[in-house]
Design a protein around this ligand. Structure first.
Ligand SMILES: *Cc1c(COP(=O)(O)O)cnc(C)c1O
Length: 238
């Protein structure tokens, strides 16, 4: 048994325990293994233990792994900032995008998605308190962006994503997750009232290595875990 497998099991168990805390019954939480700066061989090893969803931040690095591991039918999530000249590569190779933050990028992803296959699953990244250093749409601009995305033919709008403001205060940390969940619920209502399209609004992507249990307790349906699964990585290395 590799150490990655022990870690994977331990993290799954912690997610399950946290999901019970919230609803009394376990709710399904998608565990996304964030494999940036991790070799394709380690991704393969984890995949062979049953992990299916992987997240990548960098287009070129992600694409190389997707091609190398294409015999495994993994589900690939793009979670990094999106440059507009990378939208075609992303729309062609990935199954999900969590980091849409503007209409132009959404339009380009939809236009570039091959129309014969599945739609591209997308979440909109929200910047709750308009931090300068972070990408994401402001709460103010969110409704207009969402109502635009539901009309795009090759995207399936699934929900919201957030990277919380770093804080050592657990109360403040929890409060951010609660705010995003409330926003997710409000936006779901708004979309079901205003849109004629069939909605698949089911994804609240929040929680990383340091806070995924808290996020699940507050309703996350998808957690993005890197360091706790793969250990620390420095840029450029593995
Ligand atoms: C790197 C990254 C993660 C994983 O963070 P860890 O703290 O290593 O678990 C999650 N989400 C995004 C958007 C990231 O860039």
């Amino acid at each position: 048994m590799t150490s990655d497998k022990c870690l994977l099991q331990a993290i799954r168990e912690r997610i399950d325990a946290a999901s019970v805390k919230r609803t009394q019954t376990r709710h399904e939480v998608r565990l996304l293994a964030v494999s940036k700066m991790v070799t394709a061989e380690r991704v393969r090893a984890l995949a062979l233990q049953g992990q299916m969803d992987f997240g990548e931040n960098y287009v070129q690095e992600g694409m190389e792994k997707i091609i190398k591991l294409n015999d495994l039918s993994l589900v690939w999530h793009f979670i990094g900032p999106i440059q507009r000249n990378k939208t075609t590569v992303i729309a062609t190779h990935f199954d999900w995008v969590h980091s849409i933050d503007r209409g132009l990028v959404a339009q380009r992803l939809s236009a570039a998605r091959p129309a014969h296959g599945n739609k591209l699953n997308v979440c909109v990244q929200v910047n709750l308190d308009n931090e300068e250093s972070k990408s994401g749409v402001s709460v103010e601009d969110l409704p207009a962006l969402l109502t635009q995305i539901v009309t795009l033919p090759n995207l399936c709008l699934r929900g919201l994503m957030m990277i919380p403001r770093p804080t050592a205060n657990p109360i403040e940390q929890r409060a951010q997750f609660v705010l995003l969940r409330q926003l997710f619920e409000r936006m779901g209502k708004l979309l079901s009232l205003s849109s004629k399209e069939v909605l698949c609004w089911d994804t609240l992507s929040m929680g990383m290595s340091g806070d995924f249990e808290l996020a699940v307790e507050e309703g996350a349906t998808c957690v993005r875990v890197g360091t706790a699964l793969f250990g620390h990585r420095s840029s450029g290395g593995n």
